[in-house]
Design a protein around this ligand. Sequence first.
Ligand code: ZN
Length: 820
Amino acid sequence: MSCKPLNYYLHYDVDLEERTFSGKEVIKLQILNPVKEIRLDSIGLEVQECHFESVDLKIAAFQVDEQEGAFVVHLEEELDNGEYDLFIRFTGKLTDSLAGFYTSKYEVDGVEKVFATTQFEAADARRAFPCFDAPEHKATFDVSFSVASNLSVVSNTLPFDVIEFGEKKTYYFERTPKMSTYLLYFGVGEFEFLEDRYKNIRLRVVTTPGKRDYGKPALEFAKKFLQYFEEYFDYPYILPKLDLIAVPDFGAGAMENWGAITFRENMLLVYPGKTSQATIVRIAEYIAHELAHQWFGNLVTMKWWDNLWLNESFATFMAFKAINYFYPEWDVWSDYLISEVFGGMDLDSLSSSHPIKMPVKSIADIDEAFDAIAYNKGGSVLRMLERYIGDDNFRDGLRRYIRTYEYANTIETDLWKELETASDKPVVTVMKTFVEQIGFPVVRCTLHSKELHLEQRRFLLSGVQDDESMWSIPMVIQKDDKEERLLFDSRKAHLPAGEFVMLNKEYTGFYITDYPNEIRSVFTEQWSSLGNKERLGIIHDLNMLTFSTSLPLADFIAFCSAVGHEESDTVVLEYLLSRLYQIWLLMPKHEDLLKLVSELAKTSLAITGMEPEQEELPSAEILRSLAIKILFKLDDADIQKFVLDAFERFNTDEASLAAGIRAVIFAGSVWFNDGIHQKMKERYATTDSLDDKIKILRALCYVRNDSLIHDTLVLCLDGTIRFSNLPYILAAMADNEHAQRILLDWLMDNWDELKNQGGGMGGMILQRAFQYCIPSCGVGRREEIKAYFAQKDLTGQEKTFAQSLEELEINERFVEVNRQ
Ligand SMILES: [Zn+2]
């Protein structure tokens, strides 16, 4: 490194009408080794002026190199070590590409308006100003904005002055802490604010006009979680303010900009009577996740994107800790098991997975690093580690880590060392095997008279044998009444057996278990006496073994039938039923499966009741909706009547339809009555709640009539649907067996247009397109898909494409092997 930024003065003049901005910046640079050229990152900007301030240094030339994404300053003479102020004047356009400095649309009384907002992670600050755009180039920022006087400006800090002059006003913001460029935030628009306080910190929800009151629950969550993290990390939140900003057009779910967190609007605002309990839990999770980043990520930052997981896995894990602390009744650790642990394993059981620490060479690779490995597997491994070293040691290690590296950058070993010091356990050895190595183990367990033999191997859904990989697995084993611990770090191990043995107690370990039949039948017999995480774990592991074809589908169905009728926990039942449903989608004509799915859907409704109850668990809400969906897909006459009656009542009295059942009633009505498709489209145009709009979009996908399927897909490209909402449509369409073939055709026919609408930057959205459409809709069409996309430029989506194709191959093999 020959030079680094210390501070940026940034002034913007934004013209929302023209969708342009002009900026001036002064970068205080520290030269560490003499240089004759300075290279900054810059994309899509024009530079009009560049000079050094207050010293007589001549710039020979400066130029924007659009090809390289750089702004290059050539000096007449070598620049000696020291500090210099580099002035740059530049202009740029507000795009609608969801990256850099862009505009988001909203409507007021039928009139379309826009506001400007930023999304800089991972490498898009360079679209808003020439800068050193890498996480390790931390600097402070002094930001000011001149805008039309009807507009407000939000940034990371509080304004220390706002000066009105004629029809314009200028905001001057306090200096930010020393931080990475990707955490900077600017928002310019006609905002509304809902304000509250936590200690001396000013908390606000920022929305477009007319929506601020829906931010109340978010403020309550924010207050609780701030308090939790301040205590847990023993380190205060350091800014005097925190804004939670609702953005209608947003590529990700939320973004942790320091002090100015942005959210997809439906992941922040709660509409009474319309937002379901499950969505409220999701909102809490998003808020807790982004707040955890204020320490993990913002205060202490990974050195480079190859360690992105240091940010994401911690935020994921810490979010659940915080939620569980305040809302133990939500049982979020069971959700964690399903979404994070099992979700991480889904991807990591593919040959095309990657290690948690993943090489990121160019900025085109960065988007793909934000995946289930960084978030879900990373978070699961932390949960395993916490259990292994103990809660207090884990917390103490984190506190030391935060103190030691505040305002600095780290690599993974910095963290291991602190945790190892705090716990006196071989953290580095264990974590190396899970973080640097691709995949995870299956532990095969066999009984030999009084002995239990264990053997570990890499688990691959493709069934390919890997004889190299080995892990140091911290195991917690339940043997009769006792809990035993073992660090399993060899290929094989022998243990004395007991009457009752269960590996992976509470499923804290990141591995699956393959038990012999005699142990499996003990589990079936004692099913209701096992803990719910153990029951989830057993179902999960058997399901994985079934997909790898080492367990016949008939055995899995028999097992699910035996335990499913015994089950009354809504989380477990929902998980079990959803696994069977996924298989059914691949094999809709499998008779035993059909019979079991239908029976369990009815059992589920007997447990949850048809109508949501006050204060019920989110899992009851999700289970009810899944069961109703299955039964409407089976054209069950009672469900048909229930759905259509509910929809008719809703038409005259909206409040008659509870939030938790709204989505499935919308979808079911469209399924049974083509005429309702049109009504739903009209409703889409008139409702003001994004949450409701998404329910409607999803409902529009549950049609059986080809022309209506096309009709829904047209909305994706004609401007009716926001590009950022496309994944909702794709996921729901792929869930409709009548639409799968058309959806895949449509995706291929319109790939170029979709890429075009994403402005080349809709990376995450296009990744979802592969994930949702290829594995389920592509069965029997693998060669065709391969050939088609071989001609396309998949930069930034190559990994996701390869993974989706491998998943498809696994599904095809599964269907072939288990065909009746
Ligand atoms: Zn995050």
